[in-house]
Design a protein. Sequence first.
Length: 403
Amino acid sequence: MATERARTTVTVRIEKVVAEGDGLGRLDDGRVVFVEGALPGELVEARIVKQSRDYARATTVEVIEANPQRVEPPCRFVREGCGGCDLQHASVSLQREIKRDIVRESLVRLGRITDPDVRLPDVDVPVEGARTTIRVARASNGHVGFRRRRSHDVVAVDRCVIAHPGLASVFADMGLESAEEAVVRVSDHDGAVVVWAEPAGHSGLDASVVGGSDSTIIELVNDVEFRVSTASFFQSSPRAAAVLVERVTTALGSSASWGSGPLLDAYGGIGLFAATIDVGDREVLVVEANPSACADARHNLRNRRARVVESAVEQWVSEPCGVVVADPARDGLRAAGVAALVATGAPIIVLVSCDPASLGRDARLLEDAGYRLEYSEVLDLFPHTHHVEAVSRFVRDARLDEL
């Protein structure tokens, strides 16, 4: 009889969905198997595509017993293999529950926090037609599309369910010549479109589309005007940015609970939080390593009492701050970033995390440094995908001030 390791297909019960969007089950020999396209509680027939001593990877061939919240993906390109929206087979409510559970597990397993308070607030982010920045790849037919999941192959598309309507021309008219990929951004404020290709080279879009690394668009968030350069990071949409500002503002609490000194917007990018959070007459301080983002931040904060320091947070010489907002990249704060923030002595640190694993690791580091996690809020800013955004409030142990 063939062993489980040698079999092409297996029948497996799915326990949960993990951080990359795959269902997790267990093979008869005890190994974990990650099954693409499977949902919690389902019994599926899966085809093994990768083997190792400790785990296997598989794709769903047939759903034998379906989760009640399994749905038909609303986009035909997902049904044809597009890897951009890897949770479209789950209802929107189930997608959000999955993301909350992933964050909770990371805080327990990696953060070693017992029974963390993980919340799922009802936020108003459109499920479809909101994404203002997209990355497309060159398809074999000369047009553009998205890569299959865990593949370099490109599925050509002529529309995208989650993309802003202002990007429709990208899918209808854009072609890539020498470039393999391009990033396209549209302004929800005035409809301006910018595109930059990697490596340089694009064609097919009309003359109103601006190209190149020096291009900018204007966005409005909470009635604040932001200049966003092509080389600067911006959230998935202005609405997503507004939701983040709202939840971060709530997590910061009353300014009466802050310490003395500026509001620190660490990894501050174009100054989203520094420009929108009400600080009264308090100074705002942005620390950011990206030169393009720093230039944008100086422009965006020109009407505020503000400083912009062009530096990696880990290399920045910490100074006393009244409160901290930190929005690092996917790999999180890590030990050096935590040390820099803790050295400010701020009584409250609000951490914005876009990766559950880095949140878990950072939570442990902050707890060890004397900052207690009060709660985390899971925000579904990337509907139909496994991507998670979380806002977490950490409060400094008052006993540290007595040392």
